[in-house]
Design a protein. Structure first.
Ligand code: SF4
Ligand code: SF4
Length: 441
């Protein structure tokens, strides 16, 4: 419940900080409506559409509407998938508006002590510190390997948690050993004549829970002729913070990353997680009010590429023989990779180059799967509705393999497979893991 005093502060900050031109850019044409998953799954409620949310933000800024529970609900139900941006004829940067609005509300609203404690632990105590991320992943590894997981499943412990969280526990990857997580080298040479020098953004989750996928990414880059620098001083991208109203912390991490990658002097900076990549490529916007940092951020963002894009640019799929056993494969876009990094052709080009597979496009493959960071935990009901529609489309392709390009999407697709009781017939996999499998066959 937001108090009157808090509402006044929020209203004042909306008036001061929300970009008037960007809000006025929306001409209310409604072209974005069919692309918005929450508009569709809410039964076409304007309040849960991009146009509706922009109108709410404008009304709060103008003092016509109080930033009450309904406004907050509408903004928190948004996935932040940014599917409304590429289809907008006015080029409204909806994602930037949403980020600012959430930051204002979050910073001016007093949270209950338990919520504040959880937020502080996650946003300040955990994600910015890679060593602590490793420790937490190590604890998960202990839970998985010590027999505790078996016992907890046997006694039905997870039934005490919401259904989606309980199912999520089943689909978490088997985590690597602490020694493996700590042994990340700082340089790897090209396996053939060097064509490019790249710097690799490891990511906090990707370099712990999804370490194998990072290793596969590095291997493919080496095969493609890249010398790889992996700066030790890099930090979490800050996406979780930026999307959850913790902008100051996101800025702090952005500066740390810019500094770390400037020193590499690389031709490109490579990511393998659409969610991280989209936040990194927006660093110039994040730092727009600090002229010196803005320029440095611009130079950083210009070098950013997703792994699938650089592999296509370097003709990896033409130079390396790719083969898999006969199977139907489909691809689920990462919304941030497609809508913000503008990368959607490259993953498909790579997949279609694999001999032996039958690539089938899924209906609405570019519509969000409902993962959206921690959305599937905090907005579970809407997330599961979106996921059920997604699984219906995935099943229609008869694919045995669903490929994704982001860890959140990967877990969400695994969750969908588990919910549909299809884990014997269907698997979900990150594109680099599949490509490496295709190389090794
Ligand atoms: S498509 Fe763009 S201009 Fe049209 S309603 Fe949506 S946000 Fe506004
Ligand atoms: S970001 Fe996604 S969920 Fe939010 S308004 Fe845009 S299309 Fe809808």
């Amino acid at each position: 419940m937001t108090t009157l005093l808090e509402q006044n502060k929020i209203q004042q900050e909306f008036a001061d900080r929300m970009n008037e031109d960007e809000l006025l850019n929306c001409m209310r044409c409604g072209f974005c409506l069919p692309s918005c998953p929450t508009y569709i799954e809410s039964g076409f409620q304007e309040l849960h559409s991009p146009r509706g949310r922009i109108a709410l933000m404008k009304a709060v800024k103008d003092g016509i509407l109080e930033p009450d529970e309904e406004v907050e609900r509408s903004l928190s139900l948004c996935l932040g998938c940014r599917a409304c941006e590429p289809v907008c004829p006015s080029g409204v940067k909806y994602g930037h508006l949403l980020e600012e609005a959430r930051d204002i509300i979050q910073q001016n609203k007093k949270q209950s002590l338990p919520v504040q404690a959880v937020r502080n632990t996650v946003f300040k105590g955990l994600f910015p510190h890679q060593n602590r991320m490793r420790t937490v992943t190590g604890l998960l590894g202990f839970y998985q390997k010590s027999g505790l997981q078996k016992v907890s499943r046997k006694i039905g412990f997870m039934k005490l948690f919401p259904e989606s969280l309980a199912t999520m526990e089943k689909v978490l990857p088997s985590v690597p050993k602490m020694k493996e997580m700590k042994n990340r080298p700082e340089f790897l040479p090209a396996e053939k004549k060097k064509t490019k020098k790249v710097a690799f953004f490891t990511g906090c989750l990707m370099d712990t829970m999804f370490l194998e996928t990072n290793n596969a990414t590095l291997k493919l880059l080496q095969m493609a002729g890249c010398d790889i620098v992996i700066p030790k001083a890099q930090a979490c991208c800050g996406a979780l913070h930026g999307h959850s109203g913790e902008k100051a912390k996101a800025i702090e991490m952005a500066k740390k990353n810019i500094e770390a990658f400037e020193q590499t002097n690389a031709d490109f900076i490579i990511t393998n997680a659409g969610g991280c990549g989209a936040f990194l490529i927006d660093y110039d916007h994040l730092l727009k009010n600090e002229p010196e940092w803005y320029l440095r951020a611009k130079a950083f963002t210009k070098k950013l590429k997703d792994i699938s894009q650089i592999l296509v640019d370097l003709d990896f799929h033409k130079n390396v023989s790719l083969k898999l056993s006969k199977q139907v494969i489909t691809y689920q876009d990462s919304c941030h990779l497609k809508n913000v990094m503008k990368t959607s052709d490259a993953p498909r080009t790579l997949l279609k180059a694999i001999n032996g597979i039958d690539y089938r496009e899924m209906e609405d493959s570019d519509r969000c799967c409902g993962s959206a960071g921690i959305y599937n935990i905090i907005e579970s009901e809407m997330s599961m509705k979106i996921l059920d529609t997604k699984m219906k489309n995935a099943k229609a392709t008869q694919a045995a393999t669903i490929v994704t390009a982001n860890p959140g999407c990967l877990l969400q697709m695994k969750l969908g497979i588990e919910r549909e009781e299809l884990s014997e017939q269907v698997r979900a996999i990150h594109i680099v893991d599949l490509l490496l499998e295709a190389v090794n066959r």
